[in-house]
Ligand binder design. Sequence first.
Ligand SMILES: [Zn+2]
Length: 378
Amino acid sequence: MFGPGFRVCTVFGIPIKVDASWFIVFGLITWGQFQAYQGMREMAGRPEGNSLVMGIAAALLLFVSVLLHELGHCAVARAYGMRINGITLFILGGVAETADESPRPGVEFLVAVAGPLVSALLAGAFYALFRAREIAGYPLPPQITLVSETLAGANAALVVFNMLPGFPMDGGRVLRSVLWKATGSIYRATRVAAVIGRGFGMLFILAGLGLTVFTGGANFLMLSLVGLFLRFAAGASVHQLVVKRTLEGVQVSFFMETHADTVNPDLSLENFIDDHLYVSLHRCYPVVAEGFLEGVILSQFVEAIPADRRAAMRVRDVMDENLILWTIHPDTDAIRAYARMLATGRPRLIVTRDEEVVGVLSLEDMVRFMDLKARMEL
Ligand SMILES: [Zn+2]
């Protein structure tokens, strides 16, 4: 979902990364806090104090707050034996990526509420600092009071936003765990929670645009951006779930077609079109001589050759000989093969063992399998 991000540190063995978009948040908070403190200083007629330091302090504390929220999710996930890939902070907060899905609805519920619970505790703690004078009769310096007020509000906002009942927000995960428990199907539960997540996304997009038009303030475009992200993430979440649940533990050899149509490198393009392309209608074929892979021929390469020249040219002349991205080992995890096909735009991969062709893997077959299995079993 994100770019590589900057790895800033490791906490309890969990790598913490920051996406470039987080710096927008950092800048906005620093600036907002800077202005607020400047205003307060002018009102109080006090020239001392460094407003910029206040701004940066608030931004750093927000960073720590979001991080603690995510660590809350991670702590519970780990307690139930789930492995954590890492935490990424980005423009809309943070995400903790787990290598494993929740084993059952109860665990999903606890993992989901742990983050907002941490944020609620932080909001309470910062509120107590903000109201230290009233609560403990001990007034804190105005710098601390102001930053505490900001952080109390920000953490409270994190709770409210995250508890909206649409996937992939925490509230959506809570909803999913409840539906999962009720229906016994994580697939159906995720689909419902994701539809609601997409609904919230659409609502945010429209509200952001509407408010921007009516108020003329560009601040509300941020809300539309949140909405766009939600819509995208909700859609992707169902897909990810299906991929993980249906392909987990399956190897390439399970899907590969072992009697795949292969092409001889010395065949003329005209014959290739008549005997292979028009017959099996694939977009690419392994070019094989004596059992060994020599290249891959793509229909689009052949299309580019003028029709009157096709009889004189051979498959060897137009095939792709750069085989690294075309070949895959039969023992490879199907999930990895699938990800590679999507990333490289290759509809088929040639399955080879010691350079010998043992089969062909088709993206279409995998997609059909996942769809069928999801509807049958999830
Ligand atoms: Zn969360």
